[in-house]
Design a protein. Structure first.
Length: 148
């Protein structure tokens, strides 16, 4: 999201050094950890809260040349605005669950099979059906306990 704070792992071959930093576009990122085959960064907030793609650049200190080596990513990172729900249809259903629920709003986009919807504390899978709408089945909300 444009607010940042997303953990991003960038794979590659990196030298183990004491100084590593990352950039998302022109904005510095916090590097949490690194290994010989990846660097993990926390994305910064998008400058000006703008959406879109930025290139990730990783810089690692190379003591052999007393300078930094820069690694530019071959893929980009996409900043997006968080979804804003404008309609839930139907707005209610039985506690047993199983109701097909369509959720429409702004900034709802296709993210493959990573779309989730939360009902209270229960998270269910959802599918993008187009037109800024996702669909899911409501979960069973019964939590009965029987004792004898």
């Amino acid at each position: 999201p444009i607010s940042g704070n997303t953990t991003v792992r960038i794979y590659g071959k990196y030298k183990q050094t004491s100084v590593v930093y990352g950039r998302f576009g022109t904005t510095a990122a916090v590097v949490c950890s690194y290994a010989s085959d990846y660097v993990e960064c926390i994305s910064p907030a998008s400058p000006g809260a703008t959406t879109g793609n930025v290139t990730i650049t990783i810089a690692v200190e190379d003591p052999a040349v007393n300078d930094f080596l820069f690694y530019n990513g071959t893929t980009s990172f996409t900043y997006y605005s968080l979804p804003n729900i404008t309609r839930i249809e139907p707005p209610l259903g039985p506690a047993e669950g199983g109701t097909n629920v369509n959720i429409t709003g702004t900034n709802i986009r296709y993210f493959g099979d990573q779309i989730k919807v939360q009902f209270g504390s229960t998270i269910v899978n959802a599918i993008y059906i187009g037109n800024s709408t996702v669909s899911c089945l409501s979960p069973n909300t019964f939590t009965s306990t029987f004792s004898t």
